[in-house]
Design a protein around this ligand. Structure first.
Ligand SMILES: [Ca+2]
Length: 653
């Protein structure tokens, strides 16, 4: 199948388009260029606006834009976290096409043109308030200001705990007041809501009801999660209130008619398995667009829209020319927006691609969790390029004093929140464990979800035979799109993404090359038959096995290993555990350097054979950090002077 986002228009149609463009230009020769206002919230998933029918969130300003313009049902970011998502919006290029700007909290090479600069060259007045491009550091790159424009953040207003004191509207007004006469403007309103932190319980305190919260099925339906969602709704409403005031301000000045307004968000909701994930609740964002003078209102669009399509839309609306270097990958939406039709206006807009590298400081060496995804109208197919990594970040980090903190306190790709704390603290609860694993456990190399039946992306169909054709088709489509857009994940050296350094201080985490593929379920210690030779003097006739568990050279906290012994053997007169107080466990206590513990199992060979016991299993108890290369899980020590069945297990590094 051909690439659907880069098709060529047949020549015949080209001629008629040229004619139409000339006629249109002639008709609007006296038109002044439009103002452009983009309002971008921080971490808001589709469908959390009242225009989409969401019950807990009232967004009259968003709804007004949707009513007087278009409501977009299928808008997607190109990367489910702040700075790379914003960079793709600013450049119109995919995150893998903009080097450092396409990784989280890095820099923004000045060679990549951004639409605010291009519009400024075309005569626009350019500014932003709140959060522009970020987090990251554009200084030292040669850029003279934030890529989103000139900063207007001076005015503050009283705000509830957890919400920015930035008086966004007043700052927008200050920007307008400074504007030279007759200049069109392009303004970026970057609210820091609904980014966390939230005031716990602000949703309920402001009169919202727990039963209004719509809990995605990847989260447990508990009062804690419901309340967390209501707090999130309150922050969205704060953003919307300021947006409403900005619209009023433009209306009072008689400027709304010729302003192209886009409202959207940079990534999905800051909850486990949402933000920073390339699933629906990470990628799919609300979007409404109005331009009373040019866009027929009251329509709902089903076209698949990517963030890379916004910059070319703005440039076309403003009739500004891209300088040509590092050209835009997206396609202008103007034809779709100016159409009078609704639903799927441009049938070629039937999929988007997106990706992810690093999000938080969640893995040692600042490694990310590389993923690429294609989202069609019906499916999400995605690839995890490092399935041995933890998708939400390593479970454990170091404290300030250098000691390793307890397990499950990290997972820094998920924002600290009541919902996250619930999953972590109740992970042993069989009900919560499923949700915990959905968010935190390792994932296979490929995933496939049927969005029509599973918008929460919880039923991975990648191995379902009836979806094999769909999977193969989407896999090759994704490959083709990535190759066409020159993604180093496929076409170059994937290590290049690791060279885009994180410039903001992060957490200290254990080296993932030491902690290898994560928690192991069990180590199997085979029982080998003695072949000749003398039995050690202190052994009883039969089989005796010494298992030594050696800690490595690094810190290890207390770790317990249990030994699984088939029930009939326990209590059997010819079977005994020695030196471990019959506790069936080995405990290694926190210490530096090698820790060592022994377990001696004695039995008559016949007894083991009778119970078909050929191997013992050692299982870590609540210690996913216990992990080691599979080929070194258990090895016989040939130099051992003890019984010939000493198994040395290296681990706990
Ligand atoms: Ca964000």
């Amino acid at each position: 199948m051909m690439s659907l986002r880069k098709r060529k228009i047949p020549t015949v149609i080209n001629y008629s388009l040229v004619v139409l463009i000339f006629v249109g230009t002639a008709l609007r020769a006296s038109d002044s260029p439009p103002n452009i206002l983009i309002a971008i919230s921080d971490d808001q998933s589709w469908p959390h606006a009242s225009a989409y029918g969401n019950r807990s969130t009232q967004t009259p300003a968003f709804d007004r834009i949707a009513r007087e313009g278009v409501l977009c049902n299928n808008a997607f970011v190109a990367y489910p976290s702040c700075s790379p998502s914003r960079a793709s919006l600013l450049t119109g290029r995919y995150p893998w096409q903009i080097e450092h700007a396409g990784n989280f909290s890095s820099s923004f090479p000045p060679k990549y043109p951004v639409y605010p600069d291009i519009l400024e060259d075309a005569g626009y007045w350019v500014g932003y308030t709140g959060k522009g491009w970020g987090p990251g550091d554009w200084r030292g790159t040669g850029r003279l200001r934030n890529p989103s424009g000139t900063e207007y953040n001076r005015f503050k207003n009283p705000s509830p705990d957890g919400i920015s004191p930035n008086d966004y509207t007043r700052n927008f007004e200050a920007f307008l007041e400074k504007r030279p006469h007759r200049k069109p403007f392009v303004f970026w309103f970057g609210a820091t809501e609904p980014h966390r932190r939230y005031k716990d319980g602000i949703g309920i305190d402001s009169g919202k009801q727990l039963d209004e919260a719509e809990v995605p099925v990847f989260l447990p339906d508990s009062p804690v999660v419901r309340s967390d969602i209501l707090d999130y709704s309150v922050e969205i409403e704060w953003f919307d209130k300021h947006l409403g005031r900005m619209l009023d301000l433009l209306e009072e000045r008689g400027e709304l008619e010729n302003t192209l307004v886009v409202v959207t968000s940079d990534n999905g909701m800051p909850f486990p398995r949402a933000k920073s994930n390339v699933y629906e609740y990470g990628l799919h964002v609300p979007m409404a667009i109005m331009w009373p003078k040019r866009i027929p209102g009251g329509r709902v669009l089903d076209d698949m829209i990517s963030f890379v399509d916004l910059a070319p839309t703005f440039l076309e609306a403003a009739k500004a020319k891209h300088p040509g270097v590092f050209p835009i990958a997206g396609r202008s939406l103007m034809t779709v927006l100016e159409s009078k039709r609704q639903g799927l206006v441009d049938p070629m807009r039937d999929s988007i691609v997106a990706g992810r590298e690093r999000h938080g400081s969640a893995r040692d060496k600042n490694y990310g969790y590389p993923q690429r995804v294609i989202r069609t109208r019906d499916y999400i197919y995605l690839r995890n390029f490092e399935p041995s990594f933890w998708p939400a970040g390593q479970p454990q980090d170091y404290d300030y004093d250098g000691t390793l903190r307890p397990m499950h306190q990290a997972y820094y790709d998920i924002d600290a929140s009541p919902s996250k704390s619930l999953l972590v603290s109740k992970r042993e609860d069989p009900v919560i464990a499923d949700y915990f694993n959905l968010a935190m456990a390792k994932r296979p190399a490929e995933e496939l979800y049927d969005i029509r039946n599973d918008p929460a992306c919880v039923n991975n169909l990648v191995n379902a035979p009836e979806y094999a054709t769909v999977k193969d088709e989407l896999r090759s489509r994704l490959d083709r799109e990535l190759k066409e857009t020159d993604d180093a994940r496929l076409t170059g050296d994937p290590n290049v993404f690791r060279t885009y350094k994180r410039l903001v201080r992060g957490h200290r985490l254990p080296d993932p090359d030491d902690l290898n593929p994560g928690p192991i379920e069990a180590i199997e210690v085979p029982i080998r038959e003695r072949k000749g030779g003398e039995l050690p003097p202190d052994s009883k006739a039969g089989v005796s096995i010494v298992i030594e568990v050696l800690a490595g050279e690094k810190d290890c906290r207390e770790t317990q290993l249990s030994i699984d012994i088939p029930e009939p053997l326990l209590g059997h007169p010819s079977f005994e555990l020695v030196r471990v107080d019959d506790s069936k466990s080995i405990t290694l206590t926190e210490r530096r350097g090698a820790a060592k513990s022994r377990i001696l199992v004695w039995s008559l060979q016949d007894t083991l054979a009778a119970h078909q016991t050929r191997r013992f299993r050692l299982r870590p108890i609540d210690s996913p950090a216990f992990s080691l290369p599979r080929d070194k899980q258990a090895e016989v020590d040939p130099s051992s002077e003890g019984p010939p069945w000493v198994y040395i297990i290296h681990g706990l590094d």
